[in-house]
Ligand binder design. Structure first.
Ligand SMILES: O[C@H]1[C@H](O)[C@@H](O)[C@H](O)[C@@H](O)[C@H]1O
Length: 625
């Protein structure tokens, strides 16, 4: 099909989609079209452009055929280049949040870090990301998307250099905060930038690629952690410093990449916007797209004359208020479903399923990260096939089931938890709390204690609950399990944070099931949907708020996981996440409209009716109309 013909089809498609919902008029047009031998109307023009036999098509068939034809049109490679360079921000987000667990194993020994300092180094990054994601809204609106991405890559580079060269823990803390600032800005800017550059039929796929890069970053971090864990001295410098490579690459790339055309039009830089639009659309005609963006901005400006801060205007205008609730709700439930307890504590959960070798647990954590990555790839493929709504609902349903499997696995393990059969005297004098527990289950949940036992065939014998060594959780403070190597040679096994039971494998099964379901939908969709549901004037602020909610809930869940497990037990914690996921399912079923294939400028109308009527229609495309 010639380029001109494809433009006509595109134009016709848009005109047709405007006609959707106006059934009466369409019917009339069909009749007119039929009466005039199908040559005069828009439908007929699409027919001629696409060479579809004029007798065989009703409006629905015609529209489908025209849409297919349009989608088959070649998308300029430049859009992919822009998306991949932006998504390096996602890679760094994943790498820097993932790498710290392996680095911490080495750092805590080399720098003698207390538990408080370890927690500070992990959570300072996530906390800083929450703050900078919120601030990123103003920066994006005022400076534009491109300067924000450049700023994020500079912060990533600076952070990596500071961390790799750090001589003390205070410098490490500074480096982690700098990296966190970069993560926050990147996490809210990149999806918006990609969504604004992508053509509607590829937007979901391209924004989802950003999450593929996040999980790819987490997987690479796990592999780097595994590889450098053999380098006991300074291995952490490589782990933390290596992120400078993609950061510099992104910085250099973005020196040559353009600003978002939508932001340029909003700022009145129309000539530049036209140039960029032609550049990213190749030689397709951009007039219709340009006019549609321009018109919607003009309309927004007329309507938005009320003034006041953007967040205030978003809250008093029902469609943006509803979009904000949906966007923040999605991000909140993504985190409340417990993804980062699974990602950050997968080694611990794997130990629960009987893996008693630290290094093996690190490598198996890389397998977990790989599962997350590879199933996000499935999401990239499914997002334009199933649409956002079906994919998110299916994914969260499976995730909820997996959380119940995890919880039941822990419950069964707790019920057959081996008893403590041997209570040696504490050589340091007064008995510790550890010696008061009569089952492994209770002993395991106390962070100060571990379970030391021997195996006779498949049964557990001579088991005791002993205080953990203050310097390393790999061994007991005293007794048979005091020395790692000696204890193995002597047949004694030290279990910290887990109990050896025959049901432990259910934890592994639950973990894998969880990621298989979570990764294609609940992982990427909150980012994808947020990048498209706000009108331009509210887009930066909407994404800043929802990303902020994501990071705040991330801190909340990942920092409280171990304490929650202590108070509610492991199975209690996972039942809690399963319950929260059920609430999320109801919310998403009721409130998430389908945005697949819509122009960004059309999406606002999806939020015009009452929020929880969004799930009322069973049509795939027409929710919330
Ligand atoms: O979408 C991402 C992804 O699912 C990651 O694996 C997770 O660590 C992030 O918190 C989340 O925002």
């Amino acid at each position: 099909m010639s380029r001109k013909a494809s433009d006509n089809v595109e134009y016709t498609l848009r005109s047709l989609s405007n006609l959707m919902g106006e059934k009466k008029r369409r019917k009339q047009q069909q009749e007119e079209a039929a009466a005039a031998a199908g040559e005069r109307s828009l439908i007929a023009s699409a027919e001629s452009c696409t060479s579809i036999n004029s007798q065989s098509t009703g409006a629905g068939d015609l529209e489908r055929a025209a849409r297919k034809q349009f989608q088959q049109d070649v998308t300029p490679a430049f859009v992919y280049v822009v998306s991949v360079f932006s998504a390096l921000g996602g890679f760094l987000f994943g790498y820097d949040t993932g790498v710290v667990s392996g680095a911490m194993l080495l750092l805590k020994r080399e720098m003698n870090l207390s538990a408080l300092w370890q927690e500070l180094l992990v959570s300072s990054t996530v906390g800083a990301a929450a703050l900078s994601a919120l601030a990123g809204g103003v920066l994006n609106g005022v400076l534009g998307r491109r300067p924000c991405i450049l700023m994020a890559s500079l912060l990533f580079t600076a952070g990596a250099v500071i961390l790799a060269a750090a001589r003390d823990k205070e410098t490490l803390l500074g480096g982690r905060v700098v990296v966190g600032l970069g993560i926050g800005i990147a996490s809210m800017t990149v999806p918006v930038y990609i969504a604004e550059a992508a053509p509607p039929h590829l937007r979901g796929r391209l924004v989802t690629i950003n999450t593929l890069f996040i999980t790819g970053g987490q997987f690479s971090a796990a592999v780097v952690d595994g590889a450098f864990s053999y380098l006991a001295r300074d291995g952490w410098r490589y782990m933390l410093g290596l992120s400078a490579v993609p950061a510099v690459l992104q910085f250099l790339g973005f020196l040559f990449l353009p600003e978002s055309p939508r932001w340029l039009i909003q700022k009145g830089q129309t000539q530049k916007a036209r140039r960029v639009l032609s550049q990213i659309r190749g030689n397709q005609t951009i007039d219709e797209e340009y006019d549609s963006i321009k018109n919607s901005i003009d309309e927004e400006e007329k309507e938005g004359a009320t003034g006041g801060p953007i967040i205030y205007r978003m809250l008093i205008y029902p469609p943006t208020r509803r979009a904000l609730i949906v966007g923040c709700g999605l991000q909140m439930f993504q985190q409340l479903a417990g993804i980062n307890t699974v990602m950050y504590y997968s080694a611990t959960i794997l130990q629960m399923s009987g893996v008693d070798d630290d290094r093996l647990a690190i490598w198996l954590a890389a397998v977990t990260a790989f599962t997350n990555f590879s199933f996000t790839l499935l999401g990239v493929w499914l997002v334009e096939k199933l649409g956002r709504r079906k994919l998110t609902l299916g994914s969260l349903t499976g995730t909820t089931v997996a959380l119940f499997v995890l919880a039941l696995g822990f419950l069964l393990s707790a019920q057959v938890s081996p008893p403590v059969t041997f209570t040696p005297g504490d050589p340091s004098g007064p008995n510790s709390t550890c010696t008061q527990y009569s089952y492994c289950n209770k002993c395991m949940l106390d962070p100060n204690c571990g379970f030391c036992y021997k195996k006779n065939g498949s049964s557990i014998v001579d088991s005791s609950c002993i205080p953990v060594n203050t310097e390393s959780t790999d061994r007991a403070a005293w007794g048979r399990c005091m020395n790692e190597t000696k204890s193995k040679a002597g047949g004694s096994i030290w279990a910290y944070n887990y109990c050896p039971t025959s049901y432990s494998w259910t934890a592994l099964l639950g973990l894998i099931l969880y990621l298989v379901f979570f990764a294609p939908g609940m992982g990427p969709m909150p980012w994808t949907v947020n990048s498209e549901i706000y009108p331009l004037w509210a887009r930066s602020t909407g994404n800043a708020c929802s990303s902020g909610v994501n990071w705040i809930c991330n801190v909340l869940i990942s920092l409280t996981f171990l304490h929650t497990a202590e108070y509610l037990t492991y199975y209690g914690a996972f039942f809690l996440y399963a319950g929260l996921a059920c609430v999320g399912l109801i919310f998403i079923y009721g409130c998430l409209p389908e945005t697949k294939g819509k122009k960004l400028e059309e999406i606002e109308s999806l939020f015009e009716s009452r929020l929880c009527t969004c799930g009322a229609s069973d049509s795939d495309e027409g929710r919330c109309r």
